[in-house]
Design a protein. Structure first.
Length: 367
């Protein structure tokens, strides 16, 4: 499975983009290479729907440009062989951007003066995917994990065979070539050298990733690796036990449990912070208040119901207008403005929202 997770910069850029002919397409895709033609067929149908919408209002040059971008994607077979579980495509007459995502998203096609970003926010909020580093002194494996697909071991160029080969010894328990390191002290030094070699081999693969990395290791190697890696999304919880005794499927199942607990704890913390701040006027569920706070840059964290659909718009002064003729979603417009001021924006299920509301914001200051 190939994942292209959008960065914070990508989200802000897509949220702020304006073009009268902005095309957004989301579609579920199969991660199985043999299903590439099925992926293409589904995409061709949705692209056709987008072009029909464009023909109703776009000029010939804009239509031709977007049609060319979409046709080029369809005519690139290798692109469709390596999919995530969903594909997001954002096209204008001058550019096209696509992301292969780990979440199951529903078919969506829209043409507007801005991109539809709420499904993408959901993919970033809870990607339902992770990487597992199973590391022992006898070797290391990197496992790719998704919500319901078989685990897949990733080939890592330059990965040390084992701890001994990483430090140039037959065994990490003996003396060094210079006779200075021995016993438990020498073993820990060599394990640190080995862990650093593993980390260096992983860097090209982890660079640009935002998926959680779950360590499967025993002590002291688990703590040694945790202390030296520079990966920003290392999970606090590790998989216990000797990873050499666990299959990739068993590691993936354990990692899914870690992911569930990470997301659950984040939601609990969000609701606790919301209740604490609301008492001092620094949290709100009122859409009008949130629209004004978003326009003024007062939102620190915003959670929105991923399925909410309320026709409306938000003015530069923060005024919220409910109007079906705008063609925009009021909740998404609040999220869009919050993103532009550096807020953290989460798209969650209604049942995970404080009091089951459509949006909840934690504010930087009372308004």
């Amino acid at each position: 499975m190939h994942i292209d997770m959008p960065t914070r910069y990508d989200l802000e850029r897509l949220a702020a983009a304006r073009d009268p002919h902005s095309v957004t397409v989301y579609l579920p895709t199969s991660t199985v290479p043999a299903d590439s033609e099925e992926n293409q067929t589904r995409a061709r149908s949705l692209f056709g729907s987008a072009l029909e919408l464009l023909r109703a209002g776009a000029n010939k040059d804009s239509l031709t440009a977007i049609e060319s971008f979409l046709h080029e994607l369809l005519e690139t077979p290798e692109f469709w062989f390596d999919m995530g579980r969903s594909l997001a495509i954002f096209a204008t007459p001058t550019s096209v951007l696509e992301f292969r995502l780990p979440n199951d998203l529903e078919n969506h096609v829209s043409v507007s003066d801005r991109f539809a970003i709420t499904p993408l926010l959901r993919a970033v909020t809870f990607p339902n995917a992770a990487l597992v580093l199973a590391i022992s002194q006898d070797g290391a494996r990197l496992i790719e994990v998704s919500a319901d697909r078989p685990a897949q071991e990733i080939t890592v160029p330059g990965m040390p065979v084992d701890a001994g080969s990483a430090v140039g010894l037959d065994s990490i328990g003996g003396r060094s070539h210079f006779g200075r390191l021995q016993g438990e002290e020498g073993r820990k030094v060599r394990l640190a050298q080995y862990a650093r070699s593993v980390d260096h081999a992983l860097r090209p693969i982890l660079n640009g990733q935002s998926l959680p990395l779950v360590i499967a290791a025993t002590e002291p190697l688990r703590s040694i690796y945790r202390n030296l890696t520079g990966y920003a999304h290392l999970a606090a919880e590790a998989i216990e036990g000797n990873p050499d005794e666990l299959t990739s499927a068993q590691l993936a199942e354990a990692a899914r449990g870690v992911l569930d607990r990470i997301y659950a704890s984040e939601l609990v913390a969000l609701q606790a912070t919301f209740e604490e701040r609301r008492a001092s006027g620094r949290a709100s569920t009122d859409l009008s208040d949130l629209a004004r706070a978003a326009a003024f840059g007062a939102i620190a964290t915003l959670a929105v119901d991923m399925d909410a659909q309320i026709s409306g718009s938000v003015g530069d002064d923060g005024a919220l207008t409910f109007d079906a003729d705008t063609g925009h979603d009021a909740v998404e417009e609040i999220a869009r403005r919050a993103l532009g001021t550096g807020a953290r924006v989460l798209a969650v299920r209604r049942s995970d929202m404080p009091e089951n509301v459509q949006a909840a914001g934690i504010l930087r200051y009372a308004i």
